[in-house]
Design a protein around this ligand. Structure first.
Ligand code: 13P
Length: 250
């Protein structure tokens, strides 16, 4: 079973609209004609329009970094699935560890966001991953199983069809430390098993599981050539057109 890989940029809180346009002017020609992998950029909300405009008619797709579970209402500063779709986003990141660490995201709120993202027709990228203490205590498997089973609860396989999962060990994010291919493979197998338990074997075989955590041009090939690694979610190294294009072309 070959799964088309997804190389996704998570820009986090970086770049103004003007800096986003400059990135796209440089990046789009560097990856023109690249069809082996899906290319996704998730900019801050205020940059989405700029990136979408430059991505139109190219092989680059756009996503949000979060969404809220209500359709509309008095929820200052929140953004709905319908708004992201209206802004021409195809993707949305859900449950990034920074949201869990700093903004009170829980397995339950991840589940709520996943439900509405699927409802809106977006392709969600659900982030899971253990912190350093959990890895050291040998409970990585339990953590990943819990995060996945709670995130997936109450969602049908049909609804979840466009979902991807990103395994991002928190100790590897922005630290320069990377999970070894063996560690990533083991975690990805576990996530795939959990997806099989919830959605069935056929679904699990098609599910794309990305790796994130200090992916760089220098280690992209080693990670992405693993059978179990179906893509990358890239933070720091996605901010420069040159380095992100090298990762796309792993
Ligand atoms: P870095 O690539 O900067 O380690 O960040 C990974 C990440 O959090 C992507 O979502």
């Amino acid at each position: 079973m070959s799964r088309k890989k997804i190389i996704a940029a998570n820009w986090k809180m970086y770049k103004t609209p003007e800096q986003s346009r400059q990135f796209m002017d440089e990046f789009v020609p560097l990856v023109a004609g690249h069809t082996r992998d899906e290319i996704v950029i998730c900019p801050p909300f205020v940059d989405i329009a700029a990136v979408v405009e430059k991505a139109r008619g190219t092989n680059v797709e756009v996503g949000g970094q979060n969404l809220y579970w209500e359709k509309e209402g008095a929820f200052t500063a929140e953004v709905s699935g319908e708004m992201l779709v209206g802004a021409e986003c195809k993707w949305v990141i859900i449950g990034h560890s920074e949201r869990r660490q700093y903004f009170g995201e829980t397995d339950d709120t991840v589940n709520r966001r996943l439900k509405v993202a699927a409802e809106a027709g977006l392709s969600p990228i659900v982030c899971v991953g253990e912190v350093k203490e959990e890895r050291e205590a040998g409970v990585t498997g339990d953590v990943l199983r819990r995060q996945c089973s709670r995130a997936f609860a109450g969602i049908s396989a049909r609804k979840a069809a466009k979902m991807a999962v990103a395994y991002e060990p928190v100790w590897a994010i922005g630290t320069g430390l990377t999970a070894t291919p063996e560690m990533a493979n083991e975690a990805h197998q576990l996530i795939r098993q959990e997806a099989a338990n919830v959605f069935g074997e056929e679904f699990a075989q098609q599910l794309r599981i990305l790796y994130g955590g200090s992916v760089k041009p220098e280690n992209a090939n080693q990670l992405l050539s693993q059978e179990e690694i179906d893509g990358a979610l890239v933070g720091g190294a996605s901010l420069k057109a040159d380095s992100f294009s090298k990762i796309v072309k792993w």
